[in-house]
Design a protein around this ligand. Structure first.
Ligand code: ATP
Ligand code: MG
Length: 438
């Protein structure tokens, strides 16, 4: 036996090439492609031959008996029945490093800014790592987002996850841009998911600018990308932010929008045959949302933090929209923007009364919290008599607190409004609030 092994070794045969198993395309329906004749596993990448000799990348998303279901990363054009399906070689791990700052990538982590290959020395998986809840660093320090209404009234902590909720065109993206420019953070990761193509360039040029871009990584999957790419891009921006957080940096993750992510999940789940439940969203969407949101927030490294801000679209201005409702329940705070304020030219159109920051008590001083509570109370008192004032039916003197709220109203409005180029650092906001409500 040893003699045989020795003589085989002497022949130096080397590695013997093994034939790659090949499947065939047997069906294409909606977003789903069906392949037979080759054993594939879920999550595996495949390449499908197109009629013009090119290849279309796809991922295995399910199977039934001998049929595997694939979903393409790009629009499926030029596919014919019987086309070859090749399992792609296992992807070499994506590598990440500081050279990713200032770059723009797609959902697969491929550069799309035309600036060449991305370097890095640390492996990056497509999904963010899970953090042991007992080892998560607590939210203990305030995060200066540079927006007066938020810094003063809805203070956010480092590691908090917040939603900006509003109907369409109320100013979510503009507010996100303002936060991007003003926030004090080491790294900003921006996920532009399922929104307009036009907004990508605008965001880079107007909201980030050359200085902002240097400390940012953009993950982009606009509305014309396949649903699978939109899902992957959302997970990718969480993974990138978690990478920098775990290396001890203060990271801000901005995601526009969480609703488009939910819609992409809906498209994938419906094509796989899952039954629709609330407003056409299958149940799996509402189990995926918490998984994504839980991957944001602080990690085990106490020096690093990851705060996240998601925009959430309230379809038809409905605050009971299922995605809004679910986001409100799983996030650590919600900032509601209303059309009524936007129509009055009150920007950012933040409705302080309807919004809440669940970590404010942990990161704001007792005097600051008290002043914020007084301002909220003044707003509520003014709201009760607002309709009477233009009619001349409001008679001062009955309730001194309401009189004071009416008198302060113009100053409160001016305090809560802010121009898109105006900076409002946190300490100044708190001092102004205390002086206003003294
Ligand atoms: N702070 C602001 N100052 C002045 N105008 C604003 C401000 N915020 C929003 N607007 C106006 O509202 C428009 C819509 O804003 P934006 O694109 O941010 O809305 P959105 O909520 O992101 O909408 P969608 O849900 O459709 O993405 C802007 O083009 C701008 O004209
Ligand atoms: Mg928008």
């Amino acid at each position: 036996m040893t003699a045989l092994a020795d003589s085989l070794r002497a022949l130096d045969i080397g590695a013997v090439p093994v034939a790659t198993p090949t499947g065939r395309l047997v069906g294409a329906q909606g977003l789903l492609l069906e392949s037979a004749g080759c054993r594939l596993h879920t999550g595996q990448r495949c390449r499908i031959e197109t009629v013009d000799g090119g290849w279309l990348d796809a991922q295995v998303v399910g199977f039934r008996e001998k049929i595997s279901y694939l979903m393409p990363f790009k629009k499926a054009n030029g596919l014919a029945t019987g086309a070859r399906v090749l399992p792609a070689p296992p992807q070499s791990d994506l590598m990440i490093g500081p050279s990713w700052l200032g770059r723009m990538v797609n959902g697969m982590g491929e550069p799309i800014d035309g600036l060449g290959r991305l370097g890095g020395d640390q492996p990056l998986s497509g999904a963010p790592p899970r953090v042991n809840p007992l080892k998560k660093a607590p939210v203990a320090e305030p995060l200066d987002v540079g927006v007066r209404a938020i810094n003063a009234m809805l203070t956010i902590g480092k590691g908090q996850r917040v939603g900006l909720m509003a109907g369409s065109g109320v100013g979510k993206s503009v507010l996100l841009g303002l936060i991007t420019r003003q926030t004090v953070a080491d790294v900003i990761v921006v996920g532009l998911i399922g929104e307009r193509n036009r907004e990508v360039r605008e965001f880079v040029e107007r909201s980030l600018g050359p200085e902002g871009l240097k400390r940012s990584v953009l993950v982009v999957a606009p509305a014309d990308e396949s649903p699978l790419m939109r899902v992957m891009a959302t997970e990718m921006c969480h993974a990138i932010a978690a990478h920098f957080r775990d290396r001890g940096q203060n990271v801000l993750l901005l995601c526009d929008s969480l609703t488009r992510y939910a819609m992409a999940l809906r498209e994938v789940a419906l094509s796989l045959g899952e039954p629709p439940a609330t407003r056409g969203y299958p149940p799996s969407v509402f189990s995926n949302l918490p998984q994504l949101v839980e991957s944001a927030g602080n990690g085990e490294n106490p020096n690093g933090s990851m705060s996240a801000i998601y925009t959430v679209l309230a379809e038809g201005d409905d605050q009971q929209d299922p995605v809004v409702d679910s986001a409100r329940a799983i996030l650590d705070g919600h900032i509601v923007l209303t059309r009524e304020l936007a129509e009055r030219g009150h920007y950012p159109a933040i409705d302080v009364a309807q919004s809440i920051s669940r970590c404010m008590a942990q990161v704001a001083s007792p005097e600051h919290t008290l002043a914020a509570r007084k301002l909220k109370a003044a707003l509520a008192r003014h709201a009760r008599v607002r309709d009477l004032i233009p009619l001349g039916a409001y008679v001062p003197g009955a309730d001194p607190e309401t009189d004071q709220a009416v008198r302060l109203q113009p100053q409160i409005e001016a305090f809560l409004c802010q121009g898109t180029r105006e900076a409002a650092p946190l300490p100044g906001c708190v001092d102004q609030l205390k002086a206003l409500m003294a």
